[in-house]
Design a protein. Structure first.
Length: 182
């Protein structure tokens, strides 16, 4: 297992970035890098609408759809060293964090996107040839008594419909694990 600390999170203030310079993050590994670009537009009352562009796809809302992509105090970070991922989260409604982890899997030559909505923030991202995982500690809050909620993306299939509640961290074999400092 390889665990890497997260770089400092960048606060995207709507006033500073709406309509301004986009934020870019290189995903993948040293031999196969792919860029994702995040932009913030339409700032009103301190909120902005966030968009993603990656993999030659058209610009798309960052969180599911336009309505859910409008938020306050969005935080964005490129994380990892050997394999990299992008983490975007913030207050996008419902009173608790919504977010997305985007990575590029060189083994499958595909982007892997995991959307999440939990009361706590992710503590670990697992990146492997067979897919990726986002691990969120529950802290005793939420819909389960389990210690963690795990969101899973299976390479070639997509994100699982449901997250998994568990008391154990997922096994690290076959994954690069990125530990996210808070």
């Amino acid at each position: 297992m390889r665990t890497f600390p997260m770089v400092a999170l960048l606060l995207l203030s709507a006033a500073a970035h709406a309509g301004g310079a986009p934020f870019s993050c290189e995903l993948g590994n040293a031999r196969d890098k792919r860029a994702v670009v995040v932009t913030a537009q339409d700032a009103e009352s301190g909120a902005a609408t966030y968009y993603l562009r990656y993999g030659g796809k058209p610009v798309q809302p960052a969180i599911r759809d336009i309505e859910h992509s409008r938020g306050l105090d969005a935080r964005l970070s490129c994380v990892g060293r050997k394999r990299r991922a992008m983490l975007l989260f913030g207050e996008f409604g419902a009173g608790y964090p919504h977010g997305v982890v985007l990575s590029y899997n060189p083994a499958t030559a595909a982007f892997e996107r995991i959307d999440f909505a939990e009361r706590a923030l992710p503590s670990r991202i697992y990146l492997g040839e067979r897919g990726s995982l986002v691990v969120i500690p529950t802290g005793g809050r939420g819909e389960t008594d389990a210690r963690y909620v795990v969101y899973r993306y299976a390479a070639g299939k997509g994100q699982d419909e449901e997250s998994e509640a568990t008391d154990e961290l997922p096994a690290t074999a076959g994954y690069t694990v990125i530990a996210l400092d808070r």
